[in-house]
Design a protein around this ligand. Structure first.
Ligand SMILES: Nc1ncnc2c1ncn2[C@@H]1O[C@H](COP(=O)(O)OP(=O)(O)O)[C@@H](O)[C@H]1O
Ligand SMILES: CC(=O)N[C@@H](CCC(=O)OP(=O)(O)O)C(=O)O
Length: 283
């Protein structure tokens, strides 16, 4: 690349750095975009760079594939209903071990001493009750977050560290741990923090009209346009809760929410600091 082109990239980033300076951005990282170690390092580099230019990143992580692998090792069956892992007490023990232990500490370890790992149970961050929906499914220890106290996250930010949050909640009414879908946890936290932006990293380019065809990527969406899309039936599986999370965050005052491809190296920098942007933006 020519020196001029390099300089242009930096100049292009300037107004964005100014816009996001001192603002909070919540990034949900998980799923299949987290398995690849090379990609993980690229995500961490992005987070460290953004921190250096004064943008407060809060990393909320999932780890569904890691949980499934550990459950397999200890011979506990995995079952998903409507995109959520049916969580028995036995399953919850593994979920807590994997999310609050392995996955959280692996990410913190990559953050060069700048990360502080938290679970949703720390400092009363997330409190939950058993999740129920209109189906007959008993989801066990899947939680619905009904209270968020972001103080511990703000304290960690204020001290100059990057909070890394796992999606486990404490019981609202009893001492128990609850399993929270990580997109939901990120959305709830972004709202409570009045974040400028919520970014959900996933394993597709974004929301597509035809899920099999990347050319049909929807670049921008107003929250008011979503119900019609849902009715049209183009959104299915794991994309349903993701879209709901974006809509909810924007309704709660987060300026923009983005679903984007976490498999693309440095997708966070491209989205935040360039004119192009990527993925699907809800506003
Ligand atoms: N309209 C759509 N556009 C894009 N992806 C869709 C759509 N409908 C369903 N999907 C599916 O949603 C998946 C993303 O959800 P999920 O697997 O839960 O992600 P993650 O593991 O990153 O949280 C995609 O891999 C895709 O198969
Ligand atoms: C209730 C529920 O389904 N919880 C998820 C929590 C992890 C998660 O959401 O991880 P990804 O973002 O990597 O999918 C689970 O048990 O897999």
């Amino acid at each position: 690349m020519m020196a001029k082109e390099r300089a242009n990239i930096l100049i292009e980033a300037l107004p964005y750095i100014r816009e996001y300076h001192d603002q909070i951005i919540v990034i949900k990282y998980g799923g299949n975009a987290m398995i690849d170690d090379e990609l993980k390092r690229a995500v961490i580099q992005d987070v460290l760079l953004l921190r250096l230019v004064g943008i407060h990143i809060v990393l909320v992580h999932g780890g569904g594939p890691d949980i499934s692998e550990m459950l397999r090792k200890v011979d506990i069956p995995s079952r998903f209903e409507n995109g959520l892992r049916v969580t028995t007490k036995e399953t919850m023990e593994i979920v807590q071990m994997v999310l609050c232990g392995k996955v959280n500490k692996d990410l913190v370890g990559l953050l060069e001493g700048q990360g502080v790992g938290l679970s949703g149970m720390d400092g009363g961050l997330f409190r939950a009750v058993p999740y129920r929906d209109e189906s007959e499914v008993d989801y066990g220890y899947v939680g619905e977050v009904i209270d968020v106290n972001p103080k511990i996250v703000l304290d960690v930010i204020e001290k100059g560290y990057i909070p890394v949050v796992s999606s486990v909640a404490a019981g609202m009414h009893e001492p128990a741990s609850y399993n929270i879908n990580a997109d939901t946890a990120a959305s709830k936290l972004a709202s409570a923090l009045h974040a400028k932006k919520l970014i959900l990293l996933t394993d597709v380019p974004g929301l597509m009209k035809d899920p099999g065809n990347p050319d049909t990527l929807i670049r921008r969406l107003k929250v008011s346009q979503v119900p019609a899309l849902v009715m049209s039936g183009i959104i299915s599986g794991g994309m349903i809760p993701k879209v709901d999370c974006c809509v909810e965050a924007v309704r709660q005052g987060v300026e923009r929410a983005n679903i984007q491809d976490g498999r693309l190296p440095h997708s966070i920098l491209i989205e935040l600091l360039s004119d192009d942007g990527i993925g699907t933006m809800f506003s």
